[in-house]
Design a protein around this ligand. Structure first.
Ligand SMILES: [Ca+2]
Ligand SMILES: [Ca+2]
Length: 248
């Protein structure tokens, strides 16, 4: 082997070693994304809308998931919750068999919404599970107790955080993959929830020219964070570009 060839092989081995840790670090995580509406003549009633996503970069097949969403009852009242029954269902078709509606506990000051989800398609792909890289688990909408005008990331004010759905009994497993393995210790909850004003599309805490631009460039992207929906009508379209521009 000439020296150039052996140098090439050493370099290749080095590059593989360099990128291996990055591949191994692509762990699944939970992302909590919330948008609040400020009061004003053209705004909807003051509210906070949260969406809880499972981020699954390696497209591991999940057959169950469980997340607890905490909130501060001093700031938020009357939760209305849903779970995603399009992707998480048991049976031949979504929504399939009714299985564990989200549980809401309004005990002050730590309100709690628990989503437990399962996926078993007895017809099409019983062994596949949920493999999307970004999949919705559930939503929660709240009324705000006060009409205070807020700015920036209000995670602390609203007391928004996420954790494993159930921790008792000790044998309960929230996240299970298609191989039957528990992923409870693997799923990363360390990312801070984002709680920003509607229209702050890049969630940096301020609404400036970058936000209507960000919305405009992503109108056709599915599963956009809720803060892209500036006018709170449930869809992201040109109206949100205008709405965000109007908030600058
Ligand atoms: Ca912004
Ligand atoms: Ca909209």
């Amino acid at each position: 082997m000439d020296s150039r060839k052996s140098l090439t092989m050493v370099l290749a081995a080095f590059l593989i070693a360099l990128f291996l840790p990055a591949v191994a670090m692509a762990v699944p995580s939970v992302s909590v994304e919330c948008a609040y509406t400020n009061p004003g003549a053209t705004d909807n009633a003051p509210d906070l809308e949260c969406e809880v996503y499972l981020i699954n970069p390696d497209e591991v097949g999940f057959i169950s998931a469980g997340v607890a969403l905490h909130y501060n009852t001093d700031a938020l009242v009357t939760p209305t919750v849903t779970k995603n029954t399009t992707d998480w269902y048991l049976g031949t078709d979504p929504p399939g068999a009714t299985y564990m509606a989200p549980e809401v506990t309004e005990t002050a000051p730590d309100g709690l919404v628990v989503y437990i989800l399962g996926r078993y398609d007895s017809d099409a792909d019983p062994d596949t599970g949920v493999t999307a890289t970004r999949v919705l688990l559930g939503t929660a909408k709240f009324a705000r107790k006060t009409n205070d005008i807020l700015t920036g990331n209000q995670q602390a004010y609203f007391g928004i955080s996420a954790a494993l759905g159930r921790t008792t009994p000790a044998s309960f497993v929230n996240f299970v993959n298609t191989a039957g393995g528990s992923l409870d210790v693997d799923v990363d909850f360390s990312g801070a929830p984002k709680v920003v004003q509607r229209g702050d599309a890049n969630a940096d805490g301020i609404i400036d020219i970058g936000d209507p631009r960000e919305i405009g460039m992503n109108i056709s992207t599915p599963n956009l964070p809720v803060y892209y929906d500036c006018n709170a009508d449930g869809i992201v379209d040109i109206g949100d570009v205008r709405c965000a521009a109007g908030k600058i």
